[in-house]
Design a binder for this molecule. Structure first.
Ligand code: ADP
Length: 488
């Protein structure tokens, strides 16, 4: 099968969060199964160019409609970890993708609407006829709309679209001028069955467009699929998802075991597997050395996260104090695009500067993340909501026991050591329900208590987590079934 991913992110070149990892991991697995996979991305100025191999201009005369003009684009080709990637560079005084940041600009909707039109125009002009176009999140919601209402009449008739929702918090809600920009008549789309936002009837909703027009819609875990259809976590799209529930389902993300695997990880101090689990402690030592933590008989509790309110920043801050007061060491690696949140953590860092049991690293650091997953005893993920969450799955692969809130993909992957309705050999962590300090403390205390009092049982939890297969093996098969279903 010939599959084209249209996406705003792809790890490791353009990664803000889990979406980037998903594109890399899923594409690689689909490729290994004999499918032809290509990826189309914007050519951002802030990408990791050092991670692209053989970057060269491959198409230089692409004129993309924009209002009543055309914008000239060049398309570059390069390999990212062996994946074939096309990067669209736009030449206009708008500098759509040369902003030093991936997201967070006032005209983000305009930028990514342009990207959707440019990606399809490139496919048309370069005669690409994939069986499947797989697009992701609000940034690419216009792809199926443009494909079926504009490009089908230009000959792109047999493509089918799978659309994956990675986070309903961001939906791309904006004025109808966005439609005019890409060559669609707003009058045709401003109704409840199409792109009109369910709250603001003067606005269009790009994610809703993707849901309405795609042949199949997925989200990144079965629990999140239920939550966004039936609770406020749908952020206004519940009704739309109900209407389209016949073509909607949850597919749990995987993680890429070529990148996240303690048996081969080049970034950690000592490699290990479930059979040589004792070697994990070389990484605990190395982590302590690297972060100036003292060597002591204490568990290391870690957080690796974007510091977004979604991730439970209030609870994370509480956890720092709680852990330090209850015989643990605490390590945080995180950053936020919001300067206020970063400042709060900087203040906390300064207050704890002399504490030999705590290190807060307020930055984005891929390589340190590997050492933390390998060196910590527990990873904390106290999210308010979590579409899938990769950190808990990565942590389990490294024998680090997750302590998580009972929501979304966390609920689908972490099974409580004490209460899960599962046999003991399937239990792999600690889960709490209530999004408040007592809720968090109840799970943390149980985990730390187990580590201190029943280390043998704690090791079983570590081993259980390591034995789970959270690779892309199953999810890729699931996606191939969906692709087959919509092409039949
Ligand atoms: P989200 O996509 O909501 O950010 P996920 O758990 O799905 O959350 O994915 C997070 C990914 O980003 C993981 O690969 C995690 O290791 C990585 N990550 C998050 N924050 C940092 C950071 N500060 N430094 C390095 N990696 C990070």
């Amino acid at each position: 099968m010939y599959i084209i991913m249209i996406t705003p992110e792809c790890a490791p070149v353009a990664k803000v969060g889990g979406l980037g990892d998903v594109i890399q991991g899923l594409s690689r697995e689909l490729g290994l199964r004999g499918n032809a996979v290509e990826i189309i991305l914007p050519k951002y100025d802030c990408m990791r160019y050092d991670r692209i191999w053989g970057l060269c201009k491959t198409y230089s005369d692409l004129w993309v409609p924009y209002h009543d003009q055309h914008i000239h684009c060049d398309v570059y080709f390069g390999f990212v970890e062996g994946l074939k990637c096309f990067f669209i560079e736009s030449h206009s005084d708008k500098n759509f993708f040369d902003r030093g940041l991936y997201y967070g600009h006032h005209d983000d909707c305009e930028r990514f609407a342009f990207f959707c039109r440019a990606a399809l125009e490139f496919m048309l002009k370069s005669n690409k006829h994939p069986d499947i176009i797989h697009c992701h999140d609000w940034q690419t919601g216009l792809v199926p709309v443009l494909l079926f209402d504009l490009y089908a009449s230009m000959g792109m008739t047999h493509q089918r679209v799978c659309y994956t929702l990675h986070n309903l918090k961001h939906q791309g809600v904006n004025g109808e001028h966005i439609l005019r920009q890409v060559g669609l008549n707003p009058a045709d789309y401003m109704n409840q069955d199409r792109l009109q936002d369910n709250f603001n009837h003067q606005a269009i909703n790009l994610m809703k467009g993707g849901i309405v027009y795609a042949n199949f819609v997925t989200t990144v875990s079965p629990r999140y699929a239920e939550e966004i259809k039936n609770t406020d976590l749908g952020c206004g799209l519940q009704h739309t998802l109900h209407v389209h529930s016949g073509k909607f389902g949850g597919v749990l993300n995987g993680i890429d075991y070529n990148v996240w695997n303690p048996e081969i990880d080049p970034h950690i101090a000592g490699r290990y597997s479930v059979e040589t689990i004792d070697d994990k402690y070389r990484n605990k030592k190395a982590l302590r050395r690297r972060l100036w933590l003292r060597d002591d008989f204490k568990p290391v509790v870690a957080v690796v996260s974007r510091l977004d309110h979604q991730k439970g920043v209030g609870l994370i801050k509480h956890a720092v104090q709680h852990c330090l007061g209850h015989g643990c060491q605490f390590v945080l690696l995180g950053s936020s695009p919001d300067p206020n949140v970063n400042n709060e953590f900087w203040a906390l860092k300064h207050a704890l500067n002399d504490n030999p049991d705590c290190h807060l690293e307020i930055s984005y650091n891929e390589e340190l993340a590997h050492l933390i997953y390998a060196g910590a005893d527990m990873i904390l993920v106290p999210s308010a909501f979590e579409p899938c969450g990769l950190t808990q799955m990565i942590a389990m692969k490294y024998g680090t026991v997750p302590v998580v809130r009972n929501t979304g993909g966390l609920a689908d992957t972490v099974f409580d050591a004490d209460y899960a309705p599962r046999p003991y050999h399937e239990r792999n962590g600690y889960v709490f329900n209530d999004l408040d300090n007592p809720g968090l403390e109840s799970a943390l205390n149980r985990a730390v208590g187990m580590w201190n009092v029943y280390p043998q049982y704690f090791r079983e939890l570590m081993a259980n987590g390591m034995r789970y297969d959270y690779s892309w093996n199953h999810p890729a098969e699931h996606y191939l079934n969906i692709y087959n279903y919509i092409t039949e």
